[in-house]
Design a protein around this ligand. Structure first.
Ligand code: AMP
Ligand code: FES
Ligand code: ZN
Ligand code: ZN
Length: 298
C-alpha cells in the first residue's frame, strides 16, 4: 500500500476515500478535513474564543491538538464525573496533554458542585447512568461557556457517534432530536451557546490513528456504564454495514444533513423560556437538569 501523496509506504488506509497515507500525509489529511469542516459550516474563526470539551478520549484530544496546531484559541474543559477508575484515568490523560502543550484547562467536578458523583446520582434516581450523565455534561458545557464568555463550544463527536445517534433517532422517530442533530447549532437564545462538532466527517479509527502518530496518550477503555448501551449496538451494526459496503456510514449521515435536515429545520422552532431555578433555557417552567437534581435531593 502506497501513500497517495508521496508514493512512500502507507501507514493508514482510509477505505471510504479510496486512499492511503504515510504518517506525515495522514496528519495533513486529518487536519485538512477538520479545517474544511470548520470553514464550510462557519463554525468559528481565529479571533474566536473556543471552549473545547475534553474527555481524555481519542477524539477530543485529537481535536484539541488540531485546533492548537492550526492556531485557534482553544481552552479545554474537563468534567470529573466520578465514575471510579475510568474517570481518574480520563482526567490523567487530559492533564498530561494540557501540561505537555502548556494549554489552558478548566475543570469542573460534579460531586463537588452538586453533591453526588454520576454513579451515586444514578443509584439515587434508579436511572441508567448515561442519561443523567449526558444531561449533566450538556448543562455544564453550556454554563461554563457562558460564564467565561466563550464564543463557541466544540466537542469531539465523530462520524461514528453521529451516525449511531441518527440511527437511534430514526428507529425511535425522535422528531425533535432529529431536527436538532447537526454538527452546528447556532445560539438561539442569549443563554444558549453556539455548539460545533468539527470531527463529524472523521471516524473513531481515524482519530485513534491521528493520536497514535502524534504520540497522544488517551484513555482507551469505554466508560463502564456504556456496556450494553444502545449507542454501542447501533455503532456495531453500522460497522458491519461499513465493512461490507465502505462509505455507507458517511452516506447515511451526510445524506441526512443534506436531504432531510433542511426540511426538518423549516418546521416551527420550539419556543424557549428561562428556567425558574437556574435561568438556563427550557421549554417548560423548570429545566430538566434542575428537575433531575431536585428529585435526587428529595
Ligand atoms: P461521549 O458522550 O462520551 O461520546 O463524548 C462526546 C464528546 O463529549 C467528547 O468528544 C468530548 O468532547 C465531550 N466529553 C465527554 N465526556 C467529557 C468529560 N468528562 N469532560 C469534558 N468533555 C467530555
Ligand atoms: Fe457518562 Fe458513561 S460517560 S455514563
Ligand atoms: Zn506520504
Ligand atoms: Zn434549571
Amino acid at each position: 500500500m502506497r501513500c497517495i501523496k508521496c508514493r512512500g509506504r502507507a501507514n493508514v488506509e482510509v477505505k471510504r476515500h479510496h486512499s492511503a497515507f504515510c504518517s506525515v500525509h495522514y496528519v495533513e489529511f486529518f487536519r485538512h478535513q477538520v479545517s474544511r469542516n470548520i470553514k464550510r459550516l462557519r463554525m468559528f474563526g481565529h479571533t474566536n474564543q473556543i471552549l473545547i470539551a475534553v474527555s481524555g478520549g481519542k477524539d477530543s484530544l485529537a481535536l484539541w491538538d488540531v485546533l492548537l496546531e492550526n492556531g485557534y484559541q482553544a481552552v479545554g474543559l474537563h468534567i470529573h464525573l466520578g465514575i471510579g477508575d475510568y474517570s481518574r484515568r480520563s482526567a490523567e490523560k487530559t492533564h498530561e496533554f494540557a501540561d505537555k502543550r502548556g494549554a489552558q484547562l478548566l475543570e469542573t467536578d460534579v460531586e463537588q458542585e452538586f453533591g453526588l458523583t454520576i454513579s451515586d446520582l444514578s443509584k439515587t434516581l434508579r436511572r441508567v447512568p448515561c442519561s443523567g450523565c449526558g444531561l449533566n455534561k450538556r448543562y455544564i458545557f453550556n454554563r461554563v461557556a457562558l460564564t467565561h464568555n466563550f464564543d463557541v463550544l466544540a466537542t469531539g463527536h465523530n462520524l461514528d457517534d453521529e451516525a449511531a445517534t441518527l440511527l437511534g433517532n430514526v428507529i425511535h422517530w425522535e422528531q425533535e432530536a432529529l431536527r436538532r442533530q447537526s454538527p452546528l447549532l447556532e445560539s438561539t437564545h442569549p443563554t444558549l451557546v453556539k455548539k460545533v462538532k468539527p470531527l463529524y466527517t472523521l471516524t473513531e479509527r481515524e482519530s485513534a490513528s491521528y493520536c497514535l502518530i502524534r504520540g497522544i496518550n488517551y484513555v482507551e477503555e469505554e466508560c463502564p456504564n456504556a456496556l450494553g448501551a444502545h449507542s454501542l449496538i447501533y455503532k456495531d451494526a453500522l460497522n458491519r454495514i461499513e465493512t461490507m459496503s465502505p462509505g455507507s456510514k458517511q452516506q447515511f449521515f451526510q445524506g441526512f444533513l443534506e436531504r432531510m435536515q433542511p426540511t426538518l429545520q423549516r418546521s416551527d422552532p420550539i419556543v424557549l423560556k428561562e428556567c425558574e431555578q437556574c435561568g438556563q433555557t427550557t421549554t417548560g417552567e423548570v429545566c430538566s437538569f434542575c428537575r433531575m437534581w431536585n428529585k435526587a435531593r428529595d
